[in-house]
Design a protein around this ligand. Structure first.
Ligand SMILES: [Zn+2]
Length: 359
């Protein structure tokens, strides 16, 4: 009898009821598109047999940031979910109009992540933001929002957490990406709407737009599972988290092109740099010459890098997180990468090989 009483009640969302131990799609319509098709937000929901917290996981708020969609797909097929307590409320594609046009922004060229909390009768983006804020956000106990860098600007797997937000930092420490950046809240973001509702919110940034990157995906899945263990949604694991405690940085800076020309980088993602180090060169495309060095102005770890071969003067090229002991941070990041376990090792479902932050 004791066991039976601990069974979860059905999960209610928008007038639908999802039985314990089942996975179900639920679409909520926000309007219509120009083709008179519904403009909807579709959630893929795994409701556990046992009661517990609800974790909202969102991807593709920016339509071309598809690593998060693959992270959710893998998570939902993971055998660990057989032991789920609570509810995994996932939205694999928040910004469907941008996703289908393979772009970051909405069809009206606005940034969905600047118009939260949105409005019921507003523009397409405002309606999507409103649906997320009103229909999904109140149902959850915490949020993990999945992003990537822009096209040709990959990010080292990292978390962004609002500075001074203790409950989000606690969740972030459990997720433990290789690096965590403490950064200010921005107006109009999904993160700000969640903060106002006092929902712990972790933003994961990894890889680049329009490309599936294995390391970014695997750190994402591992981090979410670790966060779920921390929330009591999954039983504790004896295995150490691959990232240990991760590295926390409170500031970062972009090193920019000192002139225009060919951009030849010398330093890869995840590498330590010191003030005065040469990060790469800008060389004239015609007429020869050694080129102008790009000099680091801080000690830290490269957490983002431009991968285009050309730069105009002033283009952002290396994103460096300021870290005092960058050398040991680099070692820790490399070790965390080496410690990533085989995902789905039991089933060998996803044999995708990867290399540590290749260059
Ligand atoms: Zn994004």
């Amino acid at each position: 009898m004791e066991k039976r009483s601990r069974k979860s009640p059905p999960f209610e969302i928008n007038g639908e009821y999802i039985s314990p131990g089942t996975r179900q799609l639920v679409s909520i319509q926000a309007g219509t598109t120009m083709s008179n098709h519904p403009l909807s937000v579709t959630a893929d929901i795994f409701h556990g047999k046992k009661p517990g917290p609800c974790l909202l996981i969102t991807a593709c708020v920016h339509g071309d940031e598809i690593n998060g969609t693959e992270i959710i797909r893998r998570l939902l097929t993971s055998p660990v979910l057989k032991r789920l307590s609570g509810t995994l409320l996932t939205i694999p594609i928040v910004n469907f109009p941008a996703f289908t046009s393979r772009t970051r922004y909405l069809p009206d060229r606005r940034d969905l992540n600047r118009i939260f909390p949105g409005s019921e009768k507003g523009s397409q983006g405002a309606r999507l933001a409103y649906t997320i804020t009103k229909k999904f956000l109140p149902l959850c106990d915490a949020v993990i929002d999945l992003h990537t860098g822009a096209i040709n600007r990959p990010n080292l797997p990292q978390l962004r957490i609002a500075a001074g937000d203790a409950s989000s930092l606690e969740l972030g420490r459990a997720f433990a990406a290789p690096v965590t950046m403490l950064s200010p809240l921005r107006d109009g973001t999904f993160r700000e709407s969640a903060f106002k509702l006092e929902k712990p919110f972790v933003l994961y940034e990894a890889g680049e737009a329009s490309r599936l990157d294995a390391a970014s995906i695997r750190f994402g899945v591992q981090g979410i599972i670790a966060a779920m263990r921390h929330m009591g949604m999954l039983p504790p694991s004896k295995a150490a988290h691959p990232s240990g405690k991760g590295i926390i940085s409170k500031s970062s800076r972009w090193e920019r092109a000192p002139s225009g020309g060919l951009f030849v980088p010398h330093v890869a993602l995840g590498k330590a740099v010191a003030t005065g180090d040469i990060l790469g060169i800008i060389a004239p495309p015609v007429g020869g010459g050694d080129g102008t060095p790009i000099i680091s102005t801080t000690d830290g770890i490269v957490i983002g890098r431009n991968n285009e071969g050309l730069a105009d003067e002033g283009d952002a090229l290396f994103h460096v997180a300021s870290i005092r002991d960058a050398g040991s941070a680099e070692t820790q990041i490399q070790e965390s990468n080496d410690r990533l376990p085989e995902l789905h090792a039991e089933e060998e479902e996803h044999p995708m090989r990867y290399h540590a932050f290749p260059d």
